[in-house]
Design a protein around this ligand. Structure first.
Ligand SMILES: [Zn+2]
Ligand SMILES: [Zn+2]
Length: 260
């Protein structure tokens, strides 16, 4: 670890889509250098975009992968880590027991079973460890991670890293749950639809109507819907712009000022 990276927090958007890749956007994955730790928020196909910043994984010997839930668009990229993490200890933290019937290790050993992925759930890094956070706040190395339950088709969790970053994806939007939210420098929030539709997800209107935007320095819209028409995307983009939100794009880098 180079000393000058300890104090700087940097975020790279590696995957800004939900469900499936489309038009240059991979599925949910965000890379962070924070408090001297290397973190991935979810491990969708965006893990492949570590190829855009190979120097970042190369300067760490440990990686923490924090999972919001286990849907495939959030875990499919674990197998791509083999290209970037062969020198690293990787710790994967998922909800697990008691909010799910089985542990994070159980689910990911199924997803990455050798008949499906030859390296298996323990072969994509130098060492792999699985942990259940069970819906409660936890430590990832030196990093305190705040956890809040969300409403989705399977239990999913909002993850907060102090006053720097909040990650909220695969959730319907409940304005009352955000009324007293503590400030943070960056909010990554899903934006899945225009108008009413899927009750497991969030619309652009729900965000513009109910999000207390003044609590956040920047709001980046993620888990974008690959099924949006060009007209949908234009409408989301215009509405986002009018409210000071940004549509995240793969490869986007955000240098947080906190901790400098
Ligand atoms: Zn998803
Ligand atoms: Zn999901």
């Amino acid at each position: 670890m180079l000393a000058n990276h300890h104090d700087q927090t940097t975020l790279w958007v590696l995957g800004s889509n939900g469900w499936m890749p489309s038009d240059g956007r991979q599925t949910c994955c965000f890379l962070l250098e924070i408090a001297g730790e290397l973190v991935l928020l979810d491990a969708g196909t965006g893990v492949a975009n570590l190829s855009l910043v190979p120097q970042v994984p190369a300067r760490h010997d440990r990686l923490h992968v924090l999972l919001s839930h286990y849907h495939l668009d959030h875990v499919a990229g674990l197998m791509y880590l083999k290209r970037f993490a062969s020198h690293m200890r990787v710790d994967v933290y998922g909800p697990g027991r008691p909010v799910y019937e089985r542990s994070t290790k159980d689910y990911l050993e199924d997803v990455l079973q050798p008949a499906v992925y030859s390296s298996g759930a323990h072969g994509f890094a130098y060492e792999v460890h699985y942990h259940d956070y069970g819906g409660a706040d936890f430590m990832a190395g030196q990093l305190a991670v705040g956890v809040r339950p969300q409403r989705h088709s399977a239990p999913s969790f909002e993850l907060r890293l102090g006053d720097e970053l909040v990650y909220a994806t695969d959730t319907s939007f409940d304005a009352s749950a955000w009324a007293n939210v503590a400030p943070a420098e960056v909010l990554l929030h899903e934006c899945w639809q225009v108008g009413q539709g899927d009750p497991r997800h969030t619309s652009i209107e729900a965000l513009t109507n109910g999000l207390p935007q003044d609590r956040f320095g920047r709001v980046l819209l993620i888990h974008q819907n690959p099924a949006w028409t060009a007209a949908d995307r234009t409408q989301v983009g215009r509405t986002a712009l009018a409210h000071g939100f940004e549509l995240a794009t793969d490869g986007m880098r955000v240098d947080l000022v906190h901790g400098l």
